[in-house]
Design a protein around this ligand. Structure first.
Ligand code: MRU
Length: 369
């Protein structure tokens, strides 16, 4: 199965370089938490669950550094302060790693969620006087658990989502919410993948997703690789196709879902939801519950990342706008809950009103939420 990240037994995190797909399949090696944070910032790895999992492994890389540091200190017999000084140092290092990861991209809640789980685990071990080796072993185990759990959730999302579809449906999706954006299998693409595997003869319609072209480059690549039928359209063609009855459902992923069901996702999602509502096309959002932010009441509280203007003024590194033109580059937008037909989670499909129904379907807020 395609997974965008793997832990290497030499103690590195390897990430498929999504900036170079579909032209080249190259893996980037992260040796430190700084490398992992840089990979997230520079879009080597992207997609909310995938950057969350990378943060989980990033914290393990920071703990691995503690082991190296402790060995050095033991050699130099510089542990004069004893266990309490060492514990303090361990926590300072782990907290700095947490901050570095959380600050790498602002919108996806999964990043903070995974880094927080790891920070709490480290703190638990430090308070029990655990050694650096104990902390590293526990954090690596936890990162692997987060990774595996994400894949399990995606398969469940796929199963629940496929029940909403009919034989032969043409499903529009935006950006890339696939294996590349997660631990594997995908959320929105997980739904399409599950329906395809159940021989429902579905067809994906991928928007190109200007300006970063996640749809044109990544969604088409991973679906074609698995033999799943996909057609590529310009972003601006989506509303017309809906008005002509050529789209049966829209399924997208999300970077953060607020407690009232407002959804932050790739720029252009809101426009797709408006077009879907105007043409009575069901609009679904597929998420693992790690993307649900119970602490943010609505979309107004979600920070929207702005990226460098060159992504808009240029197309594949060639300038397409006149030199004097300035651009604005919002990476995400907010789709209000009232435009959403259902939110597909690993627990089942949540229907509006989301505020009440999240708890009914999911049970209770996730730990720390
Ligand atoms: O800027 P990106 O490529 O990280 O944006 C990704 C998206 O908007 C995805 O739709 C979202 O993270 C969900 S991925 C399962």
């Amino acid at each position: 199965m395609l997974t965008p990240m793997r832990w290497n037994t030499e103690g590195t995190l390897d990430l498929i370089d999504q900036r170079l797909l579909p032209w080249e399949e190259t893996w980037v090696r992260c040796r430190s938490v700084e490398d992992a944070a840089r990979a997230i910032r520079d879009m080597v790895v992207r997609g909310a669950p995938a950057i969350g999992i990378t943060a989980g492994y990033g914290m393990a890389l920071a703990a691995q550094d503690l082991v190296r540091l402790q060995l050095q200190e033991d050699d130099e017999e510089s542990l004069r302060g004893g266990v309490s000084t060492r514990s303090q140092k361990h926590m300072e290092t782990m907290f700095a790693a947490y901050r570095e990861l959380v600050d790498s991209r602002p919108t996806a809640v999964n990043l903070e969620w995974a880094a927080q789980i790891q920070l709490e685990k480290a703190s638990e071990l430090v308070s029990e006087d655990g050694s650096a080796a104990d902390i590293f072993a526990a954090l690596l185990r936890e990162a692997e658990r987060i990774h595996e759990e994400d894949i399990r959730c995606n398969r469940e999302i796929g199963r629940h989502g496929a029940e909403l579809l009919r034989e032969g449906d043409r499903i529009l999706t935006h950006c890339n919410a696939g294996a590349l954006a997660t631990g594997g299998y995908g959320t929105a693409l997980g739904v399409i993948r599950f329906a395809h595997d159940a021989e429902m003869k579905v067809q994906a319609v991928a928007t190109e997703t200007r300006p970063y072209l996640q749809g044109a480059r990544l969604t088409t690549w991973e679906l074609a690789r698995d033999g799943i039928p996909v057609r590529l359209i310009a972003d601006s063609a989506a509303a017309y196709m809906m008005s002509r009855g050529r789209i049966d459902a829209v399924v997208v992923g999300a970077d953060r879902v607020a407690a009232n069901g407002d959804v932050a996702n790739k720029i252009g999602t809101y426009a797709l939801a408006l077009a879907a509502a105007d043409n009575s096309v069901p609009f679904y959002v597929a998420i693992p519950t790690s993307t649900l932010d119970w602490e943010t009441p609505n979309g107004a509280g979600i920070a929207i990342e702005q990226r460098k203007p060159e992504e808009v003024t240029h197309f594949c590194e060639t300038r397409i706008a006149p030199d004097m033109i300035e651009a604005e580059n919002y990476a995400f937008d907010i789709t209000p809950a009232h435009l959403i037909t259902g939110i597909i989670t690993e627990y089942g499909v949540v229907e509006p009103p989301f505020e009440q129904n999240f708890e009914k379907v999911i049970g209770r807020p996730r730990e720390g939420g």
